[in-house]
Design a protein around this ligand. Structure first.
Ligand SMILES: [Zn+2]
Length: 340
């Protein structure tokens, strides 16, 4: 997530690797039981594998435009190509190049970089698209220390990759979503939300046809206020443009892993202004209903100590299952989410 002022500080670490328990018990009940169980395909092992690559020393903290981040971009493109997921209409590349001139601000100068995208076409309403996003850049190397960004935002990046994998596995079984889905890995977030700004100014699919944005930024840890509470997630923005979207997320949660949904940062008077600090905001600015999925902050936020070993994989997996279920219901709903 984007820095607001300087560095912030709180604390904690996750529990390494308790095996993820199957949430199937939450899924009995009615006629669409089979359909609802798709979220259980989201696998802790695949998420872990991706995150291990994203936090490798050789990626050097994925600073926008640096060689390490470019490696990350190629890793993502190869991942989608191997899965057999293609690129958006009117494009023939997994990359959306962004010139350095677009990404300068008072803080710093960044180099040329690119968003990475992959696209699944819907069966009934292919012209309508759901965008699932996460930024994959982080802060790079400062004073010889790698800022690994395992939570920020290796967690969201690996979640998007895993959600895409499960969508594609369903397609291979003949189960294609009604609407199209764009998996969008954004660059330039940490220093100005540049990737999402560029995307929304240069979208390959019209913004009018973009039904919603689900943006994932930091979902692999517990925050200071939730060290030992029930499994939770902060939802930000869900009801601001569309109550319909908000209800879909709540229903998807109930029908899947039943996390505690914390709306603390959804308050219009939130002093931390979390709503304005990740990429969903650029979608919301264009009147696209958006949800920001977020775990809150911790002691390692924007420090070299935001590392792989501190990720809480059971909770990361559950949150990814919830987001998958939300995405699945949006992609297959009778109507797209209505604006308020
Ligand atoms: Zn950040």
């Amino acid at each position: 997530m984007k820095k607001l002022l300087l560095l912030s500080a709180f604390c904690l670490f996750g529990m390494g690797f308790v095996q993820c328990q199957s949430p199937q018990s939450a899924v009995q009940s009615n006629t669409t039981e089979v359909q609802k169980a798709y979220f259980t395909r989201i696998s802790s092992d695949s998420i872990k594998k991706s995150l291990l690559v994203l936090t490798a020393d050789s990626l050097g903290g994925r600073r926008t435009g640096e060689p390490g981040q470019r490696k990350a971009a190629h890793y993502l493109a190869n991942y989608y190509q191997k899965l057999g997921i293609g690129t958006p209409p009117n494009t023939n590349s997994y990359f959306q190049p962004i010139p350095a001139s677009f990404m300068t601000n008072w803080q710093m100068k960044l180099k040329d970089s690119e968003n990475v995208w992959a696209y699944i076409e819907g069966s009934e309403k292919p012209e309508e698209v759901l965008v699932i996003s996460a930024h994959f850049d982080h802060m790079g190397i400062l004073l010889d220390k790698i800022y690994y960004g395992a939570d920020d935002n290796g967690s969201g990046t690996s979640a998007v990759m895993e959600i895409a994998r499960v969508f594609q596995s369903l397609i291979e079984e003949g189960i294609r979503p009604k609407r199209s889905v764009l998996f969008l890995h954004l660059t330039g977030e940490e220093f100005g939300l540049f990737g999402s700004k560029f995307y929304t100014q240069n979208p390959p699919i019209s913004l009018k046809q973009t039904i919603a944005n689900l943006n994932i930024d930091m979902i692999g840890r517990r925050s200071t206020e939730h060290l030992s509470t029930q499994d939770y997630i902060f939802l930000v923005g869900s009801d601001k443009l569309s109550q319909d979207l908000h209800h879909t997320a709540e229903r998807a949660n109930k029908e899947s892993v039943n996390l505690v949904l914390d709306y603390k940062f959804n308050d219009d008077n939130d002093p931390q202004r979390i709503y304005y600090r990740s990429d969903h905001y650029n979608f919301a600015k264009h009147n696209i209903p958006a949800i920001f999925f977020y775990n809150g902050t911790h002691d390692d936020y924007h420090l070299p100590s935001d590392t792989f070993d501190k990720i809480d994989f059971p909770i990361l997996t559950k949150r990814t299952q919830f987001i998958f279920e939300t995405a699945w219901q949006l992609a297959n709903g009778e109507h797209r989410p209505k604006l308020n």
